[in-house]
Design a protein around this ligand. Structure first.
Ligand SMILES: [Cu+2]
Length: 99
């Protein structure tokens, strides 16, 4: 029979493991092409809007590449919502097949 302490430790390890796996499973990274960004101020405003969105964990926006690389929580957000956020800043998220 397992001692009480062993049971507690096993339960604790399980909870942490499941938590880590769950967090990783719900994190998605997407690259969205953005039209209309001309300088660092443009990319900064897109980046700011994205980071202010609940569920966005990381946003790297480049005006030179014309794209935004976004790491987000799949449970809270969708790519459609991210495009809406980008469009709301006055720039245009380009629809890409297969995303
Ligand atoms: Cu600009």
């Amino acid at each position: 029979m397992l001692s009480r302490i062993t049971k507690l430790v096993v339960t604790g390890v399980l909870v942490v493991t499941v938590g880590v796996i769950t967090a990783a499973a719900f994190t998605k990274t997407v690259t969205i092409k953005v039209e209309g960004m001309k300088c660092a101020k443009c990319s900064a405003s897109v980046s700011k809007a994205l980071k202010a969105t609940e569920g966005v964990q990381e946003a790297q926006v480049s005006s030179e590449k014309g794209e935004a690389v976004i790491k987000y929580d799949d449970q809270k957000l969708s790519d459609t919502k991210l495009r809406e956020v980008i469009n709301s800043t006055g720039f245009k998220a380009v629809e890409q097949p297969g995303q």
